[in-house]
Design a protein around this ligand. Structure first.
Ligand code: ATP
Length: 517
């Protein structure tokens, strides 16, 4: 006998609610629900016997779970025979219904399915919040990922500083060395990496120190951590691997007692911006991306393939991010790390917003970098109110998404990156500033801008292959239309003819087959 078990703890409520609702939608005749007797915590409900009784129990449990779920985790189980009976009753009940009723049920179910699965995905969101997030917490805890402490790390060079945190490269000490670390031996300065013999074999990490005493810094740190865990569940291959956080237990070296630190895997030495600053861009990315020199003799063709591969990676990652309801809001070359395996990964989710649950959404907060910011300035119209509590925000999210297309915010920034990669004159801060001014003057019409610009531009790469690159960039760098659409979404951009032939993909796959990097 196979048993289906639905553990109805706080985390599993929606599964059962859904199940019961589907039962109701497809037309079960549910007999009168008897008054529910009070259940004790941990008590199991075993549902066997006739299908109508199962449905009754399901509906009853649902009602009950809505009000008392938090206090009464219990279990439902039933055998396969009952399940088959349940199915056949459903079908015969449905067949007995008058035509009009059946149409109502079918269209209601279709709408329900569309609502639950439309972006940003209410159903997936419930699964993520109530099942995957607690599971991630438990697994991470079991693997010791949430038990970091100050003495596990050595802080090395400083890589950058934002408004709420300072970023360092660092190393994870092997367990034995971490436990042996004697603070007093080095006074307050903390150890230096060179003082360890085999330091080259230590795992390299990125450490972000959340500023102490800066207003709002701690909240930003919490938010960035939340987004990193969320991204690790939703699209782990698109962003730097987040390893967890800790609070310093003492003041030593860069550590301040009580200060929060976030930790990521060290993904690579350079960002896309570092590559773009070099004179030999985009050729300097040929080896990292393809692992070899491309066959084509024509330099322009090679440049085009490299840029296309970069754009494909950026837009594919954005597509996955947007599919889960997250808008990054700070898409720019310095927030894309190029890994040793030739993958571009997003970093810095401090400004991201999750519109599935309204996380980090403050209506009047725009984007951090004005150079890559679209003309509308905000992901949602300014008059959008502050988000309601998470479950309500989640229930409303498909409507917000369909009516406002917030993902198009990031797509403008992606367009600016494409234009910059293709036109060397736009890779300097002065060129970019001038572009920003000129494009605003022509009402964000890129075709008009091409005619009037004073920036030293070269459009050959975009004009190649019938100008598909140019066509794509004009559909990314533009104002939104009346219905807040009119700019390509990530999914639509991936279907654009620019990406269709996929010669860059073929080259990339080929390099993976022929070379082990
Ligand atoms: N996972 C990573 N792997 C390799 N390098 C990284 C990683 N995360 C961050 N970096 C490096 O650290 C720099 C700063 O990181 P990040 O952008 O997250 O910090 P920030 O505080 O927002 O700084 P800024 O405001 O200057 O962008 C990046 O530009 C990049 O060079």
């Amino acid at each position: 006998m196979i048993e289906f078990i639905f553990p109805l703890s706080i985390g599993y409520g929606p599964t059962l609610r859904c199940f019961a609702s589907i039962g109701c939608i497809i037309g079960f005749k549910t007999p009168k629900i008897p008054k529910r007797k009070k259940r004790n915590p941990g008590e199991c409900v075993r549902v066997c016997g006739s299908s109508s009784r199962i449905v009754t129990e399901l509906v009853e449990s649902t009602m009950h779970s809505l009000t008392q779920l938090r206090e009464y985790p219990y279990l439902l189980s039933f055998d396969t025979g009952s399940l088959i009976q349940l199915g056949s009753t459903a079908i015969s009940s449905f067949a007995e219904l008058p035509d009009g009723e059946r149409w109502k049920i079918v269209s209601g179910s279709a709408f329900g399915w569309f609502y639950l699965t439309a972006r940003p995905g209410v159903l997936k969101g419930a699964l993520d919040s109530y099942v995957l997030a607690p599971l991630q917490f438990v697994v991470d805890g079991a693997l010791g990922r949430r038990n970091w402490k100050r003495t596990d790390f050595l802080v090395d060079e400083r890589l950058g500083e934002g408004s709420f945190g300072t970023v360092y490269a660092g190393f994870v000490l092997p367990r034995k060395l971490a436990t042996d670390q004697d603070d007093d031996e080095f006074g307050r300065r903390g150890r230096r990496i060179e003082e360890y013999k085999d330091y080259k074999s230590f795992d390299k990490v990125i450490l972000k120190k959340v500023k102490v005493g800066v207003q709002g810094a701690d909240e930003c740190g919490e938010m960035e951590e939340w987004f990193n865990y969320r991204m690790r569940r939703a699209a782990p291959d698109t962003c730097a691997k987040y390893l967890g956080s800790f609070r310093a237990d003492a003041t030593r070296g860069q550590f301040t007692q009580g200060g929060k630190w976030l930790v990521w895997k060290y993904e690579g030495d350079s960002t896309l911006l570092d590559f773009m600053k070099q004179r030999n861009f985009p050729e300097n990315l040929e080896m990292p991306l393809f692992g070899r020199t491309l066959k084509s003799k024509d330099q322009l063709q090679r440049h085009s393939l490299i840029i296309k591969q970069i754009m494909r990676q950026i837009i594919s990652s954005l597509n996955k991010m947007h599919a889960t309801g997250i808008v990054h809001r700070d898409v720019k070359p310095s927030n894309l790390v190029v890994t040793n395996k030739g993958k571009l990964k997003f970093i810095d989710f401090g400004a991201a917003t999750d519109l599935r649950v309204g996380k980090n959404f403050v209506p009047e907060r725009g984007m951090l970098d004005p150079d890559y910011c679209p003309p509308e300035l905000y992901v949602l119209p300014e008059e959008t109110p502050n988000p309601p509590p998470a479950p309500v925000a989640a229930a409303l999210s498909p409507f917000i998404w369909q009516f406002n297309s917030p993902d198009l915010f990031d797509m403008y920034s992606a367009g600016v990156i494409l234009l910059q990669m293709a036109c060397s004159g736009l890779r300097t801060p002065i060129g970019l500033q001038l572009f920003k001014k000129e494009i605003a003057e022509v009402g964000y019409d890129l075709k008009k801008w091409r005619g009037i610009t004073k920036v030293r531009t070269n459009f050959e790469v975009l004009d190649l292959d019938g100008g598909t690159g140019w066509d794509l960039v004009t559909k990314l760098i533009c104002e939104r239309g009346m219905l807040r659409r009119g700019r390509l979404s990530a999914a639509a951009a991936l279907r654009h003819p620019y990406f269709l032939l996929g010669r860059d993909q073929a080259a990339s796959v080929l390099s993976k087959l022929t070379l082990s990097r």
